[in-house]
Design a protein around this ligand. Structure first.
Ligand code: COA
Length: 184
């Protein structure tokens, strides 16, 4: 498995995965997949370009309750093993390792249901750590729901340690969650 910069060459495979139960936004899930499919149909090149946004030029980020938060600089990478297998989203605040309170972490990820338990998420996070170092970050923060044991294993396998338990804001679903940190 390798990480690819999203491109039109793999876009059909990505769109197929969205039609088959995958989403990149773990908060807005099916709704986000539907919206992405609409954007892909409307303007494939613009959709691909929107996934690479290191200057946060895109629109605000919608939350499950319909509210929005300010977009951070970020970009997406696609997991690829000859076919689409998942995505990893990376975002940061310029000039600091800290994130604003509304952000649920520097990295978010998901693997298509039919390719889980192959080590892909663990490898994808490992491949992103040098990218975070390149930006000068001293650590990356990651959040999981309290019962998302696969994701917690992904983080601890990459050297992450538990920072604290907390309750997500109502606009983010309000679930009990765990904040982890990986020192770089
Ligand atoms: C969490 C997720 C990304 C893990 O992806 P993955 O590629 O299957 O993870 P890995 O194969 O790297 O597995 C990580 C560890 O979790 C374990 N694991 C994976 N799925 C599991 C499951 N359903 N039940 C128990 N353990 C599981 C693996 O065995 C592995 O542990 P090991 O190294 O001791 O074998 C994937 O389940 C997913 O996309 N879930 C939905 C989206 C999500 O929750 N994203 C994370 C938000 S914080």
């Amino acid at each position: 498995m390798e990480l690819l910069v999203p491109s039109l060459a793999q876009l059909d495979a990505y769109a197929d995965s969205l039609r088959n139960g995958f989403w990149s936004d773990n908060l807005r899930r099916e709704a986000s997949a539907r919206e992405e499919l609409e954007k892909i149909v409307a303007d494939p090149a613009a959709f691909v370009a929107s996934l690479d946004d290191p200057e946060a030029k895109g629109p605000p980020i919608p939350l499950p309750d319909g509210s929005t938060v300010e977009r951070l600089p970020g970009y997406r990478r696609w997991m690829w093993d000859g076919g689409f297998c998942g995505s990893v989203n990376f975002r940061w605040q310029p000039g600091t390792s800290e994130l604003p309170p509304y952000s649920l972490g520097h990295l978010g990820y998901g693997v298509v249901p039919w390719k889980r338990r192959r080590g892909y998420a663990t490898r994808a996070v490992a491949l992103m750590l040098p990218e975070a170092r390149k930006l000068g970050l001293e650590y990356i923060d990651l959040t999981t729901d309290h019962d998302n044991f696969p994701s917690q294993k992904v983080i601890t396998a990459n050297g992450g340690t538990l920072v604290r338990r907390f309750t997500k804001a109502a606009g983010q679903g309000g679930a009990e969650a765990l904040l982890f940190r990986i020192a770089l």
